[in-house]
Design a protein around this ligand. Structure first.
Ligand code: UDP
Length: 451
């Protein structure tokens, strides 16, 4: 088997395979850039459409003379009963089709292995997203060490691991608060705020989760997009319990130095980045609220309206990113009928679709980040020195909220109640009122201290 304990790291050839979702592809593209900056050869392999969206970024790095390559495998969308072009988690049309997507992910093994067999030089290590457990088999077949990319914080990893072992959540009702076991801090949550592994939605792929855990056990090590100074006690605990090689290699987004690199991450931005910067240049330093709820979140239209009203009532300039998706027409209708843009004339920049997030966060005019607490966004906010207004929605985002608000004390919660399951409708309705949005904005922007 190839060894990673090799001083001649310039001979190393890393092969990266991300899960097809912006929150997983983006940090892995950054990771690929970092690896080549450190003198290795790196090949990133993903599906055809995902590859098309990241090609400009990869090409820019490659044309600077760094040995970075992008290869693609076709995703068998129609073969598994998905609409053509459905290659990324956020494009799955409904929860019933999630299992089809998982099947499509399995079918990537053969084409991936075909590509791997043809690679020159031979791969010395595969780094794959933890949601692709079949890579364990591939790595064994090719006798190549495999490292897992876990896109979560050390805090989340420890919370999840302790819950998995203790089953503490099983003895409480959905809305009862309980203390998360075995953490360095006292953190209370309700069961309905826990990620799906402990709070399943209508689709509960337990076998898949079990395979993910088993593949994790056998891996050579794990890389995490975090840094030791941010969550030292949680990293230490995770290193203790995993008893394996665990490396914090973040914050990965910091490898993007110039405006183009910061602007072109994931998809093509729906706004001209120069115009966006020009608009921000007209605002006072630290005065703008940047509101973006990530690539996957699905709030109801009335709940989104409350967010819009909160931004209006805050009387501060704001950038509001409205994700393209099934509700966009309804929210557009409200914006038009309520004459929202006229009412907030000049004070609000609406981005419908994809925002150049890191570019915006790094602009001196931005003074607060209203975020869904996806881990990448959270870290990007930390890197930009942003106080955060936390509005977790799904997956492990309520854990990240706890880290931001209670452990790091760099944010204020708007008071979201429970996890909305991926691709399912928000059963909570309007939980966060516009007044709560205003209050949280005021607290963080007036330099408010917790009482
Ligand atoms: N992102 C972006 N523009 C958008 C929405 C998201 O650039 O309009 C990026 C964001 O900077 C982050 C990633 O997409 O790097 C989203 O990952 P995160 O873990 O925050 O949340 P997810 O979308 O996976 O819920």
């Amino acid at each position: 088997m190839a060894s990673l304990d090799n001083d001649h790291h310039h001979h190393l050839h890393f092969v990266l395979f991300p899960l097809m979702s912006p929150g997983h592809v983006i940090p892995m593209v950054d990771m690929a850039k970092l690896l080549v900056q450190h003198g290795t050869t790196t090949t990133l392999i993903t599906t055809t459409l995902m590859a098309a969206s990241i090609r400009p970024t990869i090409h820019r790095t490659a044309s600077a003379g760094l040995p970075l390559r992008l290869l693609s495998v076709p995703f068998p969308a129609t073969e598994v009963g998905l609409p053509e072009g459905c290659e990324s988690v956020e494009t799955i049309p409904s929860i019933d089709l999630l299992k089809n997507f998982l099947l499509g992910m399995e079918l990537l093994q053969q084409p991936f292995e075909r590509l791997l067999g043809q690679l020159e030089p031979c791969p010395s290590c595969i780094i794959a997203d933890k949601s692709l457990p079949w890579v364990a088999q591939t790595a064994r077949k090719f006798q190549v060490p495999r490292i897992i990319f876990d896109g979560m914080s050390c805090f989340t990893l420890l919370c999840s691991r302790n819950l998995h072992v203790s089953r503490a959540h099983e003895s409480v009702s959905e809305s009862e608060t309980f203390v998360l076991p075995g953490l360095p801090d006292t953190i209370e949550m309700t069961r309905s705020q826990l990620p799906p592994a402990f709070n399943p939605g209508t689709f509960d792929p337990q076998d898949f989760r079990k395979r993910v855990r088993e593949a994790e056990e056998e891996a050579y090590g794990t890389v995490i997009n975090s840094f030791e100074e941010l969550e030292p006690r949680y990293l230490e605990e995770i290193q203790k319990v995993k008893g394996k090689r665990v490396w914090c290699i973040g914050p990965l987004s910091l490898c993007n130095k110039d405006n183009l690199d910061k602007a072109q991450r994931g998809y093509k931005a729906s706004v001209d980045e120069k115009q966006c910067l020009k608009w921000l240049d007209t605002k006072e330093p630290g005065s703008v609220v940047y509101a973006c709820l990530g690539s996957l979140s699905r709030l109801t239209v009335p709940q989104l309206v409350e967010l819009g009203l909160g931004l209006e009532l805050s009387k501060r300039p704001f950038v509001w990113v409205i994700k393209r998706g099934d509700k966009v027409e309804e929210i557009d209708k409200w914006i038009e009928e309520a004459r929202f843009e006229e009412r907030t004339n000049g004070r609000g920049l609406l981005i419908r679709g994809w925002a150049p997030q890191v570019l915006i966060l790094d602009h001196p005019a931005v003074g607060a980040f209203l975020t869904h607490c996806g881990w990448n966004s959270t870290l990007e906010g930390v890197c930009a020195g942003m106080p955060m207004i936390t509005w977790p929605i799904l997956a492990e985002q309520f854990f990240n909220e706890k880290l931001v608000v209670q452990v790091l004390e760099i944010g204020v919660s708007v008071g979201a109640q429970g996890v909305v399951h991926l691709l399912e409708d928000d059963k909570f309705g309007v939980v966060v009122k516009s007044e709560a949005v205003v209050e949280a904005i005021e607290t963080v922007m007036d330099g408010g201290e917790k009482e």
